[in-house]
Design a protein around this ligand. Structure first.
Ligand SMILES: C[S@@+](CC[C@H](N)C(=O)[O-])C[C@H]1O[C@@H](n2cnc3c(N)ncnc32)[C@H](O)[C@@H]1O
Length: 350
């Protein structure tokens, strides 16, 4: 049970956070008003009002607090952030807004393919794109530095709270287990935001951040520098460089909507392969069509506004089937604002 001081700190910290990132969302739209092509939608497609989105964000934060109060995880370690860093990130983000808007207008999504940054030529073609129309795709230090801020602005300050919902099945699974002898692999770790929450709650758990982007892994190294027992792996999700049955927990957040269908199936099979019998798999990604029908229109619009070449297929795909085909058993699905968390277990003894 959390203390009254923690309750006040959480409420004040999250209110400031939502105001800060939503303010920048509005400012970015003023600097470069979004000009989107018309998207054809099936008759009767639901579209959320701003009030619906805000109500769902409030519900996410209520649940985040409830999880803390229930002892599932700690108060976020960076509830109060260095104001100099916040300002520097905001300035960097706002300076980049016109460039992103230009790419969106010109549908320029292959700059990093046409002029590949050094050392990136051998990366898979499907990956060498300007995802989200972001500057340098996933392939530069500048992009790695901007990414977390961009994502928080996009989700109105709710991105980290969504990621923490993936901690819930992890906390339930690890309860009473010898954590210091266990391993967690985070596939497509990006800048390691989720792992900072994992390590803050389980400092003795050995974790690995895996990603295809060298600059993002460098940023993850910086973000995870307060903790020991952190490994980094530069490798593809569809070819994990780990032995069969070597991981107790595998997590994967916001990767599957960025993969072509065939690679998604390969990645799911790889995650199932490296999991120990009795192990836990937690997948978090975007909502899909029908999860919250009033949000379907937003899901159909998203890949047009933010270059997401595989998203339109993802929102209608059978993701659970990829993991059950790979031999895992479903262990619960929970929607969290614009995301959902799907848990699976590998049959066998823990
Ligand atoms: C949308 S970001 C999500 C990052 C992070 N999990 C988070 O919560 O913000 C997608 C990440 O997947 C990585 N990625 C994309 N395709 C990959 C692949 N085939 N194998 C490994 N990482 C990949 C990208 O480099 C990027 O860091």
């Amino acid at each position: 049970m959390a203390t009254a001081v923690e309750r006040v700190a959480y409420a004040a910290g999250q209110a400031a956070r939502v105001g800060w990132y939503m303010g920048q969302y509005l400012l970015a739209n003023r600097i470069s008003p979004p000009e989107l092509p018309k998207v054809d939608m099936p008759e009767g497609t639901g579209f959320p009002k701003t009030a619906d989105i805000l109500a769902d964000l409030r519900e996410l934060l209520r649940r985040d607090w409830q999880n803390i109060d229930d002892g599932l995880y700690r108060l976020p370690h960076d509830l109060v952030r260095d104001p100099r860093r916040l300002l520097a990130d905001a300035a960097r983000f706002l300076r980049d807004v016109p460039e992103v808007a230009r790419r969106r207008k010109e549908q320029a999504n292959s700059e990093v393919f046409r002029e590949p940054p050094a050392g990136t030529e051998k990366l898979p073609r499907y990956y060498r794109q300007n995802f989200h129309y972001q500057t340098d795709g996933y392939l530069s230090d500048r992009s790695a530095r901007l990414y977390d801020h961009q994502v928080e602005v996009l989700f109105g300050g709710g991105a980290d709270a969504m990621r923490r919902q993936a901690l819930v099945p992890v906390a339930r699974y690890l309860r009473g287990k010898p954590v210091r002898r266990m391993r967690l692999l985070d596939v497509a770790s990006g800048t390691g935001r989720f792992l900072t929450f994992v390590k803050d709650n389980y400092p003795k758990l050995e974790v690995t951040a895996l990603d295809l982007s060298q600059p993002y892994l460098q940023e993850a190294r910086r973000n995870l520098s307060p903790w020991s027992g952190v490994n980094l792996a530069l490798a593809p999700a569809e070819g994990l460089p780990f032995a069969d049955a070597s991981q107790d927990v595998v997590t994967c957040i916001y990767l599957f909507h960025e993969l072509p269908a065939k690679v998604r199936a390969q990645a799911a099979a790889e995650m199932a392969r490296v999991l120990k019998p009795g192990g836990l798999m937690v997948l978090m990604d975007s909502l899909q069509l029908g999860d919250k029908p009033q949000f379907d229109g937003l899901l159909r619009l998203f890949p047009v506004a933010f270059h997401e070449p595989y998203y339109a297929h993802y929102i209608g795909a059978d993701i659970q089937g990829l993991f059950t085909d790979a031999g895992l058993e479903p262990d619960g699905t929970v929607n969290a604002f614009l995301s959902k968390v799907m848990a699976f277990r590998k049959p066998g003894a823990t």
